[in-house]
Design a binder for this molecule. Sequence first.
Ligand SMILES: [Zn+2]
Length: 415
Amino acid sequence: MNHTKNFLTANFLTANFLTANFLRAGSLEAAVASARFAQALPAYADEFGQLDISPESWTDVPLLTKEQLIEGVTDAAPYGRRLGADLADIAWVFVAPGPIFMPFTASDIDALAERFAGTFRSCGFTSSDVVDQTTLYNWVIAGTILGKALEKVGATAVPGGSGDTQRHIEVIEGLGVTAILAFPTFLVHLLDTAAAQGRTLPLKRAIVMGELHDPREKDRIQREYGVSVREFYGTADVGPVAAECGVEPGMHLREDVFVEFVNPRTGEPVTGASASEPAELVVTDPVRRAMPIVRLRTGDLVDSVTAEPCACGTATPRIGRIVGRVGDITKVKGMFVVPGSVKSVLLRHRLVTKYQLVVSRDAGRDTLVLRVEGSRPGGWDRILDEVSHTLRVRCESEFVERIEGDAILLDQRTT
Ligand SMILES: [Zn+2]
C-alpha cells in the first residue's frame, strides 16, 4: 500500500500530520520549546551549536541516539551533561540499567503520569476499575509512574508488582480485580495458570506493554477468559507513544508526545513506512525539563503508518507493528533487509511459527534462506514469493524440526 498517496489525497489530514514533507504527530511548537530549553545544557549545546531552532529548522536539529544519551550521563556523574533542573527541584530519580540515574522534577513526573493516564483511559480503564499493577516497583520507573497514572484515572490501584503468579491469582479472585496492567507474556501465563487450576477470574480488561507474540492470542483470551486486551507501545524515556483503540487495527499515536519517522539508515525524515521500507520512530518529550529528550532515535522500526480516518473517531495516525530494531538491519545482495518484516507476511497468512533468515556467501554471492520450524504449509510458494517481495531479495526456504535460540537472523558470511 502506498501510504504517501493516502496522505497526499487526504488533504485535511495532510495539513495536520504531514508538514514540510515529513510525517509527525504532536505539537511541533512544544517540541521546539523543549529543544530551545535543551540547547542551553552542555551536551545539547555541543550538538546543536548555534542553530536557530524553529518549526522551519526543526529537521536540522541533530538526532540523538540512546548511546549519546547514556554517554552524556556517564561523563558527569551522577546526572550528566543534560541536567536541566536545580538539584533541589529533582523530585524522583529512577535507576535504569547501566546504572543510569534518571532525574524528574515534580511537574515532569506529573505530565508523564497524565500521559499514561490518557493511554489507560483510551484503552478502556475507568474509575470503577480495580487494577492489579504487575510490573516492577523497585528502582525503575514502571511501578511508580503506572501507580500515579491509575490514581489519575480514578481507578483503585493494587500494587501487586512483578512475579508471584499464585498470589496475583488469589488477590484478583479475592478482591474482585477487574483490570490488569502486565507484560504480554505474564498476562498469558497468569490466565492460563488460573484456568489450569479451574478458577474463573473476574478480570474484564487488560492493558499490555508491547505486543502479544501471537495476535490470535487476543481473540483466544477474549473467548476463553472474557478479558479484552489492548496493547500499547512506549519507551522508557518518554512513556506511552501509541495505543490500540480496539476498533480498527494499529495503534494511534498520542498527541502529547512529539513523534517523527526517519529512514533508519540515513536519519532523513520520511513520509510513510512499509514492510519493505520500515521507518524508525523518533520521539521528543514536549515537557520534560530535568533531562530533556529531544529527537531521540528509539531504534524501533514500524512497518506502516496510516492517517486514514478510524471509526473510533481519534484523529491521530496509526502505526502498525514494531518489526524490529535498527541494529537488526543487514545488507544482503546490496539491499537492506529487515528480518522482522518476515513475521508480518507470515501473520497475514495466519502462520505463527519460529523462523530465521540465514545469510551465507557462496562463490562471492550472498544467498538468503528462510528457515522455518515445522512442516511446509499449503500454498507455501506464494507465501515465499511474498516474503521475497517484501525483503526485495530472492529468498529460498527450508523446513526444520527445531530452531535453536531466538535470533531471527543468522549471518554466516565471513567476509
Ligand atoms: Zn481508532
